[in-house]
Unconditional design. Structure first.
Lengths: 387, 621
């Protein structure tokens, strides 16, 4: 038992481990920051912080070699180290109350960080002036949506996430009279109209994609570039194939005519688009203002005048969302982010984070702890000098 | 023999009064420069410089416009006319606004890139300053080159491309200034607007006749439309907005105001006033010019007294140049503190400390003045953060010097004050240092709490690092680091690291809360957030290493010096990552200076790592 303690528990409680963790964290934060020169913050966070290991892929291979501990791993080891040290080494006394407070706050902060990583979800709502929306969209994740609009008061949407599109396994859903077989996914693609005399090598037999060529492009993580994913999708019935379509996500997707398939007298739309999160209420953009300082192009304020209509909860009211003044509704927070296309569209960031309160509590604890501890140092120092 | 005797007799008296004499001399210099009226050349340039206008979103005196424009074009505020006669910034601006043909001949454009000079077949031996008249034949060539450079993504432009774009921007700014009061080729502005007034009356009649299907005077209508396009151009160019609106921030350019005249039929009185000034100035009629300035000023008192109070104060602030004076004072403090370690420690130590107190008052005055003029907390941009870091370091050093009384606080305050103000001076080349704040930053609460706390974190981490430098340099290269001094430095660095941990942590957290309030996320691994986090972690490592007994006095010093590198990265380094975003002016050269600073710190750390037997202070028998 004693041996176990000295071999395993003791190293976990050591201050050396703390310092190693902190030093590695510094290096990680530093390289994660430098990486943002050529990498969008979204991908940088994924690669360096929301991961157990930083992976390296040598050029020309598909290997993923762990080269450095990632944020999750460092955070967990640090958390274990902190808890173990408190459980074994620390003895609570008035003299150490500040240290104790600060460290419990730190433990709570790390736990809160874990919860946020697990449970929080960020999306955005882009609304055109005068239009209404009842969904938010993911920043990067996409979905294949098959929509049945035959009902007068609602649409039936079957959503297939990117992870299934990559796998090429046939997908069945009771709402659909056919099987969906993903037949080739491109993370980033360029589409060109095929020259009339050129030979086709594409499997597409139906829809707008018949006359198009798809070129696969390497997926980009650069901040100023975006990926334009595309996929082939074949629809199968027991009677045989209905055909293969090419669907793609593009910023102008909504302005193109929808691609459809008719089965048993019903029409289904097929779309590749940013993943949507539907809400049980609607938001209408009444007015959008974008003020600038006179004689400059520096923005002074963005504000969205919206109307929120929620039949379930009997809400129907006007709301103003502007810089630093978000709307909090049904566990989500709507922040004014920016405007698009010459102030025709507003962009609201929609965040759900059930553990949002934890950082506030933990930070108050740490700050209180530091003030107590350093305050005691200062008092002692002054006393010694006076003596 | 007798003289020596006399000196010896009076030595205690000299020693006693020397600190008072030194401090009073500097005080007298400050007071004199504050109360002495600025010289002018007959024209009441000071009164003209105090007139309020709106430029870059802020209401400011013309004097500020003159100074910031000159810094952008010329790289310094000192300029001379074509005969070599020195001009004040406002005198230069008066010529640009009201006598542009003369101003074209002044060498206002700083061009020091050999490739850009080579484009015009000029070489560096001809100097770094050129006039608009000299550049005029090459405007087509410059435009062609900027077109090529514009097509390159801003992060991958080479030095020539960046410099030619910079020159293009400067030429645009210069032309905008020339067309801010009246069209730059206008000969007599008063005469012009009188003609315009008549043309509005006859032109409107002709327009109404035409609309009613009656016979109309074509010439009258033609003249009015000529004026219309003339003032449309003026409205597009004007970078200064001189026409005030009561209770509104939206002041008008001269062009906009004159175009309104076509509808209203009356010319705004401020345009009439500026026209009188322009005509008198063009005719070199000093009394009439001064009268016009003073009449206009009186007319503003009724509706704009509030603005005048601020703009008057601001031009006084410009004239006093508190931060420039502080730079000089910090150099003197540095010398005094250094001398105090060689001779008469009490006398010169006291002189250095008193002078430090005086400088702190000046530095504080400058800081508070900026806050009052801007109506903002102290730190709003990189420039003001440099001012604040220097100020906070100075304050902490005063506290340290009060406790330890060994000149170290004074010397460190002087070094940090001087360095940060020098950095601020170089940052001012980017334009008005009191720029407007982007929408999301526009909240005084977070600027006052988060930004101030983080900046205090920078200041204190730097201070610990600079104190450590004093320890290492004195310890290795001199024999002056005795046990007591070493111990007091150890206490200082440790105390300051604690302070730095607290403030950088609290500042970072407040930033997280702000981000949560504004964007819904507490932490997003944004470069600036990460920079602050690095400082927190590093300070925490220092403290834990010391508590764990892994480091002692020398280790503490070496780690504190590394803190300088960490802080310089998060203060400036992360701003350079967003390539192109701030990559003009000072920031072009900033990566070099940042690297030089970091290399210098590393070299000091290597020195600090030398074994104790190589430290001169530790080897005295």
């Amino acid at each position: 038992m004693d041996k176990l303690f000295t071999r395993i528990v003791k190293p976990l409680t050591s201050l050396k481990l703390t310092i190693v963790c902190l030093s590695l964290a510094m290096v990680l934060v530093f390289i994660g920051t430098l990486a943002q020169q050529n990498m969008d913050a979204f991908y940088a966070q994924k690669k360096y912080f929301d991961t157990c290991f930083v992976l390296w892929t040598p050029r020309g291979t598909h290997w993923q070699i762990p080269v450095f501990p990632g944020g999750y791993l460092l955070g967990s080891v640090f958390l274990v180290n902190l808890i173990a040290a408190h459980a074994v080494r620390f003895k609570l006394s008035w003299k150490k109350s500040g240290i104790f407070l600060a460290h419990s706050g730190l433990i709570l902060l790390l736990v809160g960080g874990l919860f946020t990583a697990l449970w929080s979800r960020e999306s955005q709502m882009v609304i055109e002036q005068g239009k209404t929306k009842n969904y938010a969209e993911s920043f990067k994740d996409i979905e294949l949506a098959i929509i049945d609009r035959s009902n007068a008061d609602h649409d039936v949407v079957v959503s297939i996430p990117e992870s299934l599109l990559v796998k090429k396994q046939p997908i069945q859903n009771p709402a659909l009279p056919f099987t969906v077989r993903p037949a080739g996914f491109f993370e980033n693609a360029r589409l060109d109209m095929r020259k009339p005399d050129a030979l086709s090598q594409s499997p597409v037999t139906k829809g707008m994609g018949v006359r198009m060529d798809v070129t696969s492009l390497p997926a980009t993580t650069r901040p100023e570039e975006e990926n334009y994913p595309a996929t082939y999708v074949e629809l199968l019935t027991p009677a045989g194939s209905l055909g293969t379509w090419l669907v793609w996500a593009s910023p102008f997707g909504e302005s193109l005519p929808a691609q459809t398939v008719a089965v048993d007298g019903k029409t289904y739309e097929i779309q590749l688009r940013l993943k949507r999160y539907y809400k049980p209420y609607q938001i209408h953009l009444t007015n959008l203002t974008h003020e600038i300082y006179a004689g400059t192009d520096i923005p002074k304020n963005f504000a969205s005048q919206i109307r929120l209509s929620d039949l379930e909860r009997h809400e129907d009211r006007d709301i103003l969302i502007y810089m630093n003044h978000p709307l909090r509704y049904r566990g989500e927070t709507f922040y004014q982010y920016q405007t698009l296309a010459g102030d025709k569209f507003t962009v609201l960031e929609v965040v759900r984070n059930p553990s949002w309160l934890l950082p506030y509590i933990s930070c108050s604890l740490i700050a209180l702890g530091l003030v107590t501890q350093f305050g005691m140092h200062l008092v002692n120092f002054t006393k010694r000098r006076m003596a | 023999m007798k003289a020596l005797h006399m000196i010896r007799k009076f030595l205690p008296v000299i020693k006693k009064f020397l600190p008072v004499i030194i401090t009073s001399a500097f005080l007298a210099w400050l007071v004199l420069s504050l109360v002495m009226p600025e010289k002018d050349n007959g024209y009441n340039t000071n009164a003209f410089g105090r007139l309020p206008v709106l430029a870059n979103g802020r209401i400011k005196p013309l004097d500020t416009v003159a100074r910031t424009s000159l810094l952008i074009l010329h790289g310094k505020e000192a300029i001379s006319d074509d005969t070599g006669h020195a001009l004040k910034p406002i005198e230069w601006l008066m010529d640009v606004l009201m006598r542009p043909a003369n101003a074209d001949k002044y060498k206002a454009f700083l061009i020091d890139n050999p490739d850009v000079l080579g484009l015009f077949r000029w070489n560096q031996s001809q100097g770094r300053y050129y006039s608009f008249a000299e550049l005029e034949p090459f405007l087509d060539e410059i435009e062609q080159q900027t077109k090529l450079a514009d097509d390159v993504a801003s992060s991958s432009r080479n030095l020539f491309q960046r410099e030619i774009l910079k020159l293009r921007d400067r030429i645009i700014l210069y032309n905008q200034l020339k067309n801010s009061f009246h069209n730059d080729e206008s000969v007599d502005f008063s005469d012009e607007i009188a003609t315009f007034q008549k043309a509005v009356e006859t032109g409107r009649k002709a327009f109404n006749d035409q609309a009613a299907g009656k016979p109309f005077n074509k010439d009258d209508l033609g003249l009015l439309s000529e004026f219309f396009s003339r003032y449309q151009f003026l409205a597009r160019m004007g970078v200064i907005r001189p026409v005030p609106r009561p209770n509104q921030q939206d002041w008008k350019t001269a062009g906009d105001s004159l175009m309104e005249t076509i509808q209203t039929g009356t010319i705004d009185p401020s345009i009439v006033a500026y026209a009188l000034m322009a005509t008198a100035y063009r005719a070199q009629n000093v009394p009439e010019f001064n009268q016009a300035v003073s009449n206009y000023r009186d007319s503003l008192e009724t509706n704009f007294a509030g603005y005048l109070k601020r703009t008057d104060y601001e031009s006084g602030f410009n004239h006093f140049e508190p931060f420039y004076k502080c730079i000089i004072l910090y150099v003197c403090i540095f010398l005094l503190a250094l001398i105090s370690w060689l001779v008469w420690p009490d006398v010169f130590g006291k002189a250095a400390f008193w002078l430090l107190m005086l400088t702190f008052v000046v530095h504080t005055t400058g800081l508070i003045s900026r806050m009052w003029i801007q109506g903002r907390p102290p730190v709003t941009n990189l420039y003001s953060s440099a001012i604040f870091v220097g100020w906070a370091a100075c304050l902490l050093c005063i506290v340290l010097e009060r406790i330890h009384r060994n000149g170290i606080g004074s010397l460190t305050a002087a070094t940090m004050g001087f360095t940060t103000l020098l950095i601020a001076h170089h940052l001012s080349f980017e334009g008005d240092t009191m720029e407007m704040l982007r929408a999301v930053l526009d909240t005084n609460f977070w600027l006052a709490t988060h930004v101030v706390a983080v900046t205090l974190g920078y200041a204190s981490t730097f201070l610990a690092g600079f104190l450590a430098i004093v320890y290492v340099v004195r310890g290795v290269f001199t024999q002056s680091l005795d046990k007591a001094t070493a111990k007091s430095l150890n206490n200082m660095v440790y105390g300051i690291v604690c302070f730095a941990t607290l403030f950088s942590f609290v500042g970072t957290i407040l930033g997280g809360i702000w981000a949560d309030q504004s964007w819904g996320r507490f932490w997003g691994f944004d470069p600036k957030e990460n920079g602050a986090l690095l400082i927190v972690i590093w300070n925490a490592i220092i403290l834990h290493a010391r508590w764990g007994g892994f480091i002692r006095e020398r280790g503490l010093m070496n780690m504190a010096m590394f803190g300088n590198i960490v802080t310089s990265f998060s203060w400036f380094g992360v701003n350079m990552l967003g390539a192109g975003l701030h990559s003009y002016g000072f920031m072009d050269h900033a990566p070099f200076w940042l690297e030089a600073f970091d290399v210098y710190q590393l070299a000091l750390i290597v020195v600090g790592l030398l074994p104790p037997r190589m430290w001169r202070s530790f080897t005295i028998a």
